[in-house]
Design a protein around this ligand. Structure first.
Ligand code: SAH
Length: 230
C-alpha cells in the first residue's frame, strides 16, 4: 500500500487525514526503518508493508467509537497501534506500555521527532499496572484467553477493551469467552475486514467493561499462562 492508496482507503472508512498527519506518518516510517536493527522493533521492513500492516491496520478502529479520555496501549512494541492512533486523535491522552525498555527508548524519540503531545510511555508488565483507563487496546501480544486477563482489569466500567486480531480471532474469542464473563467484560461488537490484500484478514473486537473485575485478577503471569481462563 502506498501513501496515495492509504489516503483513499482511509477515506472509504470515513477518515480524513491532513498533510501534517501524513508527514508525521512518513517521519515515523523513516525512523522505523533506520532504527529497526538497533531496537528490534518489527519484522516488517518493506515501506509499503509498513503502511498497510502497521499504519492502516492500527487505524481500522477509528470511527467505531467516540474516543475521549485516556487510552492505554498494552505491549506497544514499535508503537502499534498507539502511535498511529495518537497521530489521528491528537486530543486523546495515550499511554504506550511495554515490558521492554528498549522499545520505549525508541518511542520517546518518535514522540519528540513527531512533536506528539499528551502521550507518555510506561515501562511495566500489563499485569502490574494499577491505573484504570477509558480504553485499553492491544495487538499481537497474546491469545484472547490470556489477553483478557491482562487488559480487562485495566478498563474503567463503561469503557472498552479493543483487541486487534487476525483470521483466528473468532476461535480465540470463543476459547476465552468464559474469562470475559469472569473479568467483567461483554462483547459489544466485532468487525471483520481485509487490509489491502485479501489474504490479510483482520478482526477487531470491541469489548465493553460492564462490571468491576474481581480483585483476584489479574493473577501472576506464570499462573495466567499455565491456566488461562478458558
Ligand atoms: N503491539 C505491537 C508489538 C507486538 S509484539 C505490534 O502489534 O506490532 C509484543 C510486545 O508485547 C513486545 O514488545 C513485548 O515486549 C510486549 N509484551 C509481552 N508481554 C507483555 C506483558 N505481559 N506486559 C507488557 N508488555 C508485554
Amino acid at each position: 500500500m502506498n501513501y496515495e492508496l492509504f489516503v483513499d482507503k482511509l477515506k472509504e472508512r470515513g477518515i480524513l487525514i491532513t498533510t501534517l498527519q501524513l508527514e508525521q506518518f512518513k517521519l515515523y516510517q523513516n525512523l522505523l526503518i533506520t532504527e529497526n536493527k538497533k531496537f528490534n522493533l518489527t519484522s516488517i521492513t518493506d515501506e509499503e508493508e509498513i503502511i498497510e500492516k502497521h499504519f492502516y491496520d492500527s487505524l481500522t478502529i477509528l470511527n467505531k467509537l467516540n474516543y475521549q479520555g485516556t487510552l492505554l496501549d498494552i505491549g506497544t512494541g514499535g508503537g502499534f497501534p498507539g502511535i498511529p492512533l495518537k497521530i489521528m486523535l491528537p486530543e486523546l491522552k495515550i499511554i504506550l506500555s511495554d515490558s521492554t525498555q528498549k522499545k520505549l527508548i525508541f518511542l520517546e524519540t518518535v514522540i519528540a521527532k513527531l512533536k506528539l503531545k499528551n502521550i507518555t510511555t510506561l515501562l511495566k508488565r500489563a499485569e502490574e499496572i494499577k491505573t484504570k483507563y477509558d480504553f485499553v487496546v492491544s495487538r499481537g501480544v497474546a491469545k484472547f484467553s490470556i489477553l483478557n486477563e491482562l487488559c480487562l482489569p485495566l478498563v474503567k466500567v463503561g469503557g472498552y477493551f479493543i483487541a486487534y486480531k487476525g483470521s483466528e480471532g473468532l476461535n480465540e474469542y470463543n476459547q476465552g469467552k468464559r474469562g470475559l464473563d469472569i473479568l467483567g467484560g461483554q462483547l459489544d461488537f466485532y468487525e471483520e475486514l481485509y487490509l489491502n490484500k485479501q489474504e490479510n484478514k483482520r478482526i477487531n473486537f470491541f469489548i465493553k467493561k460492564i462490571n468491576d473485575t474481581p480483585t483476584a485478577y489479574p493473577r501472576l503471569f506464570a499462573t495466567i499462562k499455565k491456566s488461562p481462563l478458558e
